[in-house]
Design a protein around this ligand. Structure first.
Ligand code: FAD
Length: 413
């Protein structure tokens, strides 16, 4: 079995001691051997962190309890938006521009399509015009040429949309201004490349073990065995509050989000890529994607804050969301009014108190890092985040602005 296949082999199996010994013999790895850095969590934050640490020459073991881009994780959806418009938070705009460059670089190098230049159309009531004009001005220095569109122009370009009187839009034609990332596919690709490049991936759960002289000594795996390293990075997404309850429970809030797919009419490509951009109706608070690969138009309400148990809750769409989706579609995508809902997904947002990511060391363990607090916007930053995180942990180039914003702060929910 080739290294590339290891991930496939482990993804359907229960992580036990016997699995580890099989993996050792198949993939020629030794999970019990000390690694320099262990990354817990192969979502977008952990996966790219492991990848970039390895790029910088570190010896890295990446573990995940359910596998990269799994259904329960926040990174496990079909698609995610890459957009540069972050209002006044220009540090994220900068990070997106870098991320876009890197997504493009890696998808080309790997020969695997992970990003589509779909464009992004953000529609709002008349008073959105001021924001749209400001956004256009703010994005220009980053090389992004946005357009501000009036109602007639929106209808002219996308007659398949239901546009209300006086609505206006901000349109970014693609690139860093508005692209679509294949989320689950990208998580698998990152981990597969990490393995191909010599990294070790183990399908197992890992929890922090004992601390010795202000350092974490080991993590404990599902089968009770211990894994040691010089540094440990926990990128457990929505699980972080339960892994470190004393530190993170009050600093992170996890909410459930329901996402629906609506079938497109037979032989009608108007709702499929490339005929529709990412769309967002600010007034009615719904956003979504064109149909990709025949999955259906993706539609999600925002914000929708309901609690969720990460390990035990079923991921079935709530019937209230189905009713709401039908009402929304009838108004905004009239031609889809009688189309069936073709599927749904449940995801979760992990909000930090100020919606900045959290990158910091554990207050009592200098070698234990947190990389979490995605706050509903981390996916797009994946490779730029991994690049930043690996520099941070290995003591390379620092970005003071990020270091400060991502600090573990005192505020609690
Ligand atoms: C509906 C929805 C829409 C979104 N839209 C966008 C968007 O358009 N653009 C955007 O940029 N962002 C978006 N986001 C946010 C983005 O998806 C998240 O911020 C991002 O995926 C978080 O990644 P993560 O790596 O922190 O967490 P996760 O993806 O959840 O990864 C954590 C991983 O850790 C593993 N794990 C947890 N505990 C352990 C343990 N003890 N041992 C081993 N493994 C463990 C889990 O199995 C999981 O794979 C959206 C989120 C949702 C829910």
């Amino acid at each position: 079995m080739k290294r590339r296949d290891f991930i496939k082999y482990t993804s359907g199996a229960i992580a036990t001691g016997s699995l580890l010994s099989k993996a050792q013999s198949f993939a020629n790895i030794n999970p019990s051997q000390s690694a320099e850095i262990i990354v817990v969590g192969a979502g977008v934050m952990g996966g790219w962190t492991a990848f970039y640490l390895q790029e910088q020459g570190a010896k890295v073991t990446l573990i995940d309890a359910y596998g990269p881009g799994n259904t329960r994780s926040s990174s496990g959806g079909e698609t995610r938006i890459l957009r540069a418009d972050y209002g006044e938070k220009l540090m994220y705009t900068k990070m997106v521009v870098r991320a876009h460059e890197l997504w493009d670089k890696w998808q080309k190098e790997w020969g695997r399509k992970l990003m589509y230049s779909t464009g992004r159309l953000s529609i709002g009531p008349a008073d959105y015009l001021t924001y749209a004009k400001e956004a256009k001005r703010r994005l220009k220095p980053f090389g992004i040429e946005s357009e501000v569109l009036d109602r007639d122009e929106i209808i002219h370009r996308w007659p398949q949309l239901g546009i209300l009187e006086d609505e206006v839009a901000l349109y970014d034609a693609g690139g860093a201004g508005g692209s679509t990332l294949l989320a689950r596919e990208a998580c698998r690709a990152t981990t597969e490349k990490f393995i191909e490049n010599g990294g070790t991936f183990i399908h197992t759960k890992g929890l922090p073990g004992k601390s010795v002289n202000g350092k974490l000594d080991f993590i404990e795996l599902s089968d009770g065995s211990k894994l040691r390293a010089d540094q440990y990075i926990f990128a457990g997404g929505p699980w972080m509050g339960s892994i470190f309850p004393e530190i993170l429970k009050d600093k992170l809030k996890v909410f459930r989000r329901d996402v629906l797919f609506i079938g497109t009419p037979a032989g009608d490509p108007r709702f499929s890529y490339p005929n529709l951009p990412i769309w967002l109706f600010r007034g009615t608070r719904w956003y979504g994607f064109p149909d990709f690969h025949g999955r259906g138009l993706k539609a999600a309400p925002f914000p929708d804050y309901n609690s969720i148990d990460m390990d035990t809750d079923e991921r079935l769409i709530h019937h209230i969301e189905i009713k709401r989706a039908r009402d929304f579609v009838a108004q905004r995508f009239p031609a889809l009014k009688n189309q069936p809902i073709t599927g749904g997904r449940v995801c979760q947002l992990t909000l930090s108190t100020d919606e900045h990511f959290i990158v910091d060391t554990h207050p009592d363990n200098v070698n234990l890092w947190f990389a979490c607090g995605g706050s509903g916007h981390a996916f797009k930053h994946g490779p730029a985040f991994g690049e930043y995180m690996s520099n941070r942990v290995l003591g390379g180039a620092q970005v003071e602005e990020y270091d400060k914003a991502f600090k573990l702060k005192g505020e609690k929910f």
